[in-house]
Write a protein that binds this ligand. Structure first.
Ligand SMILES: Nc1ncnc2c1ncn2[C@@H]1O[C@H](COP(=O)(O)OP(=O)(O)OP(=O)(O)O)[C@@H](O)[C@H]1O
Ligand SMILES: [Mg+2]
Length: 570
């Protein structure tokens, strides 16, 4: 199996040591049988018994010891496998397109990578030693009975067909029922996430009763599905579990009968009964691990599926980039096939200039910035940085060249300082201070009781939208990459801050290519170039003055904007 790659020596060690443990584990049975045989033979010399008693202890202790060692190795193995898989998945996420990442919500990703993988620890760690012990010991015992007396050996197997019959009963409609149960669990999970995520909206619109009703229904269905499933299998499950180990029912009368007939010695009789008694319980225990193995398989199938997602196709070699103009040449892009979000877009954002993108909501502005940031590959056409096609750059170089402040700024639930240092790990405090001052967030950070050490909360929840945005801009200053993408960077800022950020952005432009998406048109009147996007197409392009003179789409937007500003002032 692919999942065990690179761990073969550990697996081998765990299996080998578990088998040694099993070897020791069967010694006590034979020793006890030998003691009973001696007793039956009326052997009264105590010295004859000591080696057997010693063997019982040694066998017992050594089997525990080896079982423990095997378990320790397999725990170690389990933690390593999980660590490996987590690293592999995290690395994979950075290599596939955002579209693939977004197929699962962030909650689903983290649930899979944290909780689901965590649940794998116990099964992986316990399956090897326990399955081996619980299968091998019974097999050795069953074979021994056969060797001693094949007729008792057969009697010892007679409960198996009966047990199988019950287990067939148990499996009747199993798939259907387990499907219903799984679907109910999935539905409950989805409504639960929806309910918790949407709790703000639910409260704001007073929808708690109906939303809660939906949630309650799925919880009830989950209970019903589980209960139905349990009630339908409980009889046959108990019957299977109890029938198979009840070997005494056949072994006892059979061996007594052969004993009476004189074809079995009393020693064989007692040994067989003893071994038969010990032989089946462990098998049942091993059977209970089968479900665990099936669960491990499901999770590893899922991992395999993720690993098979094709990587975003990018060049391998770092390119020498001489200039940092960003040029779109006939770029067409669709998130989902057949629905183009960008159509034949062509424009050039020059180095040392501010290029602004404006347009209605949903027109494709953010999409343009995300393509430059390397989240997706274009469907048709090309994006050039300098003279190099973006697709030829390794993703890592792409990320180094571009700083991206998105509409939804995400901060990690760490301190402000740690969030800032994500842009430059070895940044000095002076550098950090300078970046914060430029992004006009220095004062607000200083004003916090814990300053830079303030924990920002999950996703930055303890900060306001504007504060998060300014920290994201400070990150941009720290990263100091030649291309800067700002998606609605001033959207949350108050007018005072807006002008400060405006000055910061002016500073940024000096030796950078800045592309800025803006709703507040006042922030881009000085842009070197304004691109007006509508429905995935560029409809106008020019400076603020040129576009006003054109008296077209931009002029309309500007008029509407200034009107709304006046209303704001009133
Ligand atoms: N991940 C995605 N998967 C599928 N469709 C998407 C995705 N992201 C955006 N879209 C769609 O692409 C179109 C353009 O979206 P985009 O975010 O670029 O618009 P925008 O101009 O930035 O809008 P806004 O001003 O509201 O931020 C929209 O119709 C949107 O629904
Ligand atoms: Mg947008």
């Amino acid at each position: 199996m692919d999942i065990l790659k690179g761990h073969k020596s550990k697996i081998f060690a765990a299996v080998f040591i578990a088998i040694i443990g099993v070897g020791f584990g069967v010694i006590p049975y034979f020793s006890v049988a030998a003691i009973i045989n001696n007793l039956v033979a009326k052997n009264a010399n105590l010295n004859n018994y000591y080696p057997y008693i010693f063997a019982v202890f040694v066998g017992f202790l050594a089997s525990i010891l080896f079982h423990e060692i095997s378990t320790i190795i397999s725990h170690n193995l389990a933690y390593r496998i999980i660590e490996d898989k987590r690293k592999l998945l995290a690395d994979k996420l950075s290599k596939i397109s955002m579209g693939e990442v977004e197929r699962k919500s962030s909650g689903q990703w983290s649930q899979f990578m944290v909780e689901t993988l965590d649940k794998m620890e116990k099964p992986i760690a316990h399956v090897i030693p326990e399955v081996i012990a619980n299968i091998f010991i019974p097999i050795v015992l069953i074979i021994t009975i056969f060797i001693m007396d094949w007729r008792i050996g057969i009697a010892n197997l007679l409960t198996i067909p009966l047990g199988l019959l019950f287990s067939m009963l148990m499996m009747r409609g199993y798939e259907e029922k387990s499907k219903r149960y799984q679907e109910a669990a999935k539905a409950m999970n989805t409504t639960m996430v929806e309910y918790v995520n949407g709790i703000k909206v639910i409260k704001a619109f007073n929808k708690s009763a109906s939303s809660f009703g939906k949630f309650r229904k799925t919880v009830e269905e989950n209970k019903n599905a589980m209960l139905d499933w349990y009630l339908s299998v409980c009889f046959s499950m108990t019957a299977t579990m109890e029938t198979i180990p009840s070997t005494m029912v056949f072994v006892l009368p059979a061996s007594l009968y052969f004993f009476m007939k004189g074809s079995v010695e009393v020693g064989t009789l007692i040994t067989c009964i003893l071994l038969s008694y010990a032989s089946y319980k462990p098998l049942i225990k091993a059977m209970s691990h089968m479900e665990t193995i099936a669960n491990i398989k499901v999770v590893f199938e899922e991992i395999k599926k993720i690993m098979e997602i094709p990587n975003l196709k990018r060049g391998e070699e770092v390119r020498d980039i001489k200039s940092y103009d960003v040029e779109f040449k006939d770029v067409t892009f669709a998130y989902e096939e057949s629905k183009n979000v960008l159509n034949n877009i062509s424009f050039k954002a020059n180095e040392n200039e501010l290029t602004a993108i404006v347009g209605n909501s949903g027109s494709g502005k953010s999409t343009i910035t995300k393509l430059i940031a390397g989240f997706w590959n274009v469907s048709n056409g090309e994006i050039l940085i300098g003279k190099t096609n973006l697709n030829e750059l390794p993703l890592k170089q792409n990320m180094e060249l571009v700083s991206y402040v998105s509409q939804e700024n995400f901060l990690f639930n760490k301190t402000i300082l740690e969030n800032l240092k994500m842009a430059k790990e070895d940044a000095s405090m002076d550098e950090i201070k300078e970046a914060c001052e430029k992004a006009s967030c220095y004062n607000f950070i200083k004003g916090l009781p814990n300053g830079y050490e303030t924990i920002v909360g999950k996703g930055g929840a303890n900060l306001s939208g504007g504060e998060k945005q300014r920290i994201a801009i400070a990150r941009c200053f720290l990263k100091n990459s030649p291309i800067v993408l700002l998606d609605e960077a001033t959207a949350y800022s108050d007018p005072d801050n807006e002008s400060v950020i405006q000055q910061s952005i002016d500073k940024l432009i000096k030796d950078k290519t800045v592309i800025m998406v803006a709703h507040r048109l006042s922030t881009i009147v000085n842009a070197n170039k304004i691109i007006v996007v509508d429905n995935g197409e560029i409809v106008e392009e020019g400076s603020h003055k040129q576009l006003l003179e054109l008296n077209g789409r931009y002029k309309k937007m500007w008029d509407a904007y200034t009107e709304s500003k006046e209303i704001e002032v009133i």
